[in-house]
Design a protein around this ligand. Structure first.
Ligand code: C2E
Ligand code: MG
Ligand code: MG
Ligand code: MG
Length: 278
């Protein structure tokens, strides 16, 4: 904010900004203790094959329920966990817990179910990620191919050698990668050549008004065709109605995710969904 005001602007005491900082500070304090007091849990949102209608995998999404019962949104606390470095510990817990959950569900009669985990660029910083993931897979007795890591474009365009080598090592293990929120990050797609993702997740902002806006359909169609020609699978996120699901099926999109089928749910509810799917 101060930057926007220009460097020569004298800024008087700003009570709004002060309050924002206090809120952030408090949230960070709470975040620290939340890890110890086990206020975090994972919910799981299914991804559905648009051809068969079956659940192919679930995406683990962090939930933070504070002592007063209030849920804090990941869009609020993830950036803070990143800037404070807490995401490294929290993210390792997510990987562990997600692998355990996937193994439990597989044992209930769904041996092909896969699990997706979101990763932050910060988790690549200390060079321990491969070890953390290997360990988690081993402890859960899961094959690496059952784990998909969701990365955002910003992580991939940096052309950071240290990150690149870790991604290659993980890929060699057999873990797969999806590019999350595709289309919102960067226009230079050259990173797609050097990086072996298997999946593009088309950002919700293109899907939300797909059936209303004339402009979104050709764009989404182009993304799906490009992905197909690169040998990538497509997942559309944020599908909220049957009409959008149908249109995406027609456009050749492989999988869908969104409130039309289910929001992120506790593990037990995922099992119920699996048990009752046609
Ligand atoms: P994301 O990975 O792109 O996840 C999709 C978000 O969209 C989730 O929000 C999900 O609940 C929401 N969503 C799914 N379907 C619909 C729909 O049909 N309509 C609408 N309006 N929303 C839908 P959530 O759980 O609040 O997570 C927000 C973001 O926080 C995630 O975006 C991801 O970037 C980040 N995040 C969540 N869990 C983790 C985690 O364990 N690690 C890291 N690094 N990031 C995480
Ligand atoms: Mg994601
Ligand atoms: Mg996404
Ligand atoms: Mg998103």
């Amino acid at each position: 904010k101060a930057k926007e005001d220009g460097r020569n602007t004298f800024r008087f005491y700003d009570s709004h900004m002060d309050q924002a900082n206090v809120d952030k500070f408090n949230l960070l304090q709470n975040l620290r203790s939340a890890i110890n007091s086990r206020q975090f849990s994972l919910y799981y949102q299914p991804k559905i094959s648009l051809r068969s209608g079956q659940i192919t995998s679930v995406e683990a999404l962090l939930r933070w329920q504070q002592a007063d019962g209030r849920f804090v949104s990941p869009t609020e606390f993830i950036p803070l966990a990143e800037s404070s470095g807490l995401i490294t510990e929290l993210g390792a817990w997510v990987i562990d817990e997600a692998c355990q959950a996937c193994a439990r569900i597989r044992r209930q009669g769904y041996p092909h179910l896969r699990i997706a985990v979101n990763l932050s660029y910060v988790q690549f910083k200390n060079g321990q990620l491969e070890h953390v993931i290997k360990q988690a897979l081993q402890q859960a007795a899961l094959p690496a191919s059952s784990l998909e890591l969701e990365l955002t474009e910003s992580l991939l365009i940096d052309d950071d050698d240290f990150i690149k080598r870790q991604l290659d090592a993980l890929s060699t293990l057999g873990v797969t990668f999806a590019i999350d929120d595709f289309g919102t990050g960067y226009s230079n797609l050259s990173y797609l050549r050097s990086f072996n993702a298997t999946t593009l997740k088309i950002d919700r902002s293109f899907i939300m008004s797909l059936c209303q806006s004339e402009r979104d359909e050709p764009l989404v169609k182009a993304i799906i065709q490009m992905a197909a020609s690169l040998g990538l699978k497509t997942v559309a996120e944020g599908i909220e109605d049957a009409q959008t699901a149908q249109l995406l099926t027609q456009l050749g999109c492989d999988e869908g995710q969104g409130y039309y089928w289910a929001p992120a749910l506790p593990e037990q509810s995922i099992l119920t969904m699996l048990n009752t799917q046609p």
